[in-house]
Design a protein around this ligand. Structure first.
Ligand SMILES: C[S@@+](CC[C@H](N)C(=O)[O-])C[C@H]1O[C@@H](n2cnc3c(N)ncnc32)[C@H](O)[C@@H]1O
Length: 330
């Protein structure tokens, strides 16, 4: 593809997909990026000032708009709330699913659909009615796909964030038949994934060791701003997920991290494994590190920590997506 792969980025948030593409090391151009949320737009534009940005509702997109773009690869993370296992799972009845269903309709009207698609969502999407409609639509349009359920932990990153991924190619593009299986979700992509043993498919080798939390911490953080207030620390201690710099795991950081303690992400005990407790939150920069965002990623000055945590909580693990993009494209 001359000039690189032409990528259309939908539901772009803070640009996790764009950073993942950069990490793959292929030649590409994000021809347009779309998101409706002003806070996400602000961060995205600050990181990718030269990318064409559409501040639009995806429900307003039309097939000719997309045909004109000549898209090779479509990347997207549609809203996941309609499918989360702890949510109401309203699926197609949730208004937040409307834009994705609209997109599938547009696909049917396009004369020039993309060769490749990568979609990210939560575990739970794969059993939804929306998933069924997506597969039916894309099958009729000559797509074949491979699904994955992966967590960064499997790539040696000390953070859990189990997510569903849908990778599709349009004929005549095809899959490596030595491991492709349209009917089976791959949860263990490599025989080096020790917990999976015999069930692993051997796609691309994964690292065999896990890094420690300490490798993702920032020495320059102002610790006093991150310390848990003593009353919060005392009250919520029994429900906290405590980790130290030597731990090789941490909980998924959600959009409510810093606002609520229980179930929103791990707390760092700076005292280490001895009896004492010296508790603090992870900073947004440290969470971004654990999510694979590169050093050049930044938040503009006027974004609050709560906003940063919210945007990161909605985002994705850049390393995992980059690993999957390389499987899809190379
Ligand atoms: C799961 S987040 C995407 C995260 C993104 N991949 C990232 O790295 O930050 C979903 C995004 O879709 C956007 N969104 C939801 N509905 C939309 C719609 N109808 N039109 C445009 N953007 C929408 C939200 O504002 C949110 O930023």
């Amino acid at each position: 593809m001359e000039g690189g792969i032409r990528v259309f980025e939908l539901y772009s948030g803070i640009g996790g997909m764009h950073f993942a593409l950069k990490k793959v090391g292929i030649s590409f151009e994000v021809i347009a990026s779309v998101d409706i949320n002003p806070a996400a737009q602000h961060v995205y534009k600050s990181n990718f000032p030269s990318t064409t940005y559409w501040e639009k509702n995806i429900e307003g997109l039309k097939a000719p708009d997309l045909d004109k773009l000549n898209i090779d690869l479509l990347v997207m993370s549609p809203p996941c709330q309609p499918f989360t296992r702890i949510g109401l799972q309203k699926d197609i009845l949730d208004p937040r699913t409307r834009s994705f269903l609209h997109l599938l309709k547009i696909f049917e009207q396009m004369t020039n659909p993309p060769d490749y698609i990568l979609l990210e969502n939560v575990k739970g999407f794969e059993t939804s009615k929306t998933h069924e409609i997506m597969c039916k639509t894309l099958k009729a349009l000559q797509y074949s796909w491979q699904e994955f359920l992966l967590s960064p932990k499997q790539l040696g990153i000390p953070n859990s964030r189990l997510r569903y991924f849908f990778l599709a190619k349009r004929r005549p593009k095809c899959w490596d038949q030595t491991w492709h299986s349209q009917d089976k979700i791959i949860e263990c992509p490599s025989s080096m994934d020790k917990e999976c043993g015999e069930n692993a498919s051997n796609i691309v080798p994964l690292p065999s060791t896990t890094a420690t939390i300490g490798q993702y911490l920032e020495e320059s953080e102002v610790i006093s701003e991150l310390r848990l207030p003593p009353n919060v620390a005392k009250r919520y201690l029994p429900v906290m997920d405590l980790v130290t710099k030597d731990s090789n795991g941490s909980m998924c950081f959600t959009k409510s991290y810093g606002k609520y303690v229980e179930g929103t992400g791990s707390i760092l005990n700076m005292a280490g494994d001895n009896e004492e407790l010296d508790l603090r939150y992870f900073s947004p920069r440290e969470i971004a590190n654990l999510m694979g965002f590169p050093k050049e990623f930044h938040f503009p000055d006027n974004v609050t920590n709560n906003q940063k945590n919210k945007l990161l909580g909605n985002s994705l693990n850049v390393e995992v997506v980059s690993y999957l993009l390389s499987i899809l494209l190379t």
